[in-house]
Design a protein around this ligand. Structure first.
Ligand code: ZN
Length: 47
């Protein structure tokens, strides 16, 4: 099972695969398509 990421702003849940955008400089950005919140290195929890 994939880990789930919860948006801290709207509590929308997404799988890690769908939630994270890997940048070319190896930063990982979380982006919520629901509220357009974005954050680097957000915490994950096991689903
Ligand atoms: Zn959100």
């Amino acid at each position: 099972m994939e880990p789930i990421v919860v948006c801290p702003q709207c509590k929308n849940e997404k799988t890690v695969t769908n939630a994270f955008i890997a940048q070319s400089n190896q930063n990982i950005i979380y982006e919520c398509e629901q509220c357009h919140f974005s954050k680097r290195n957000i915490e994950t929890r096991k689903g």
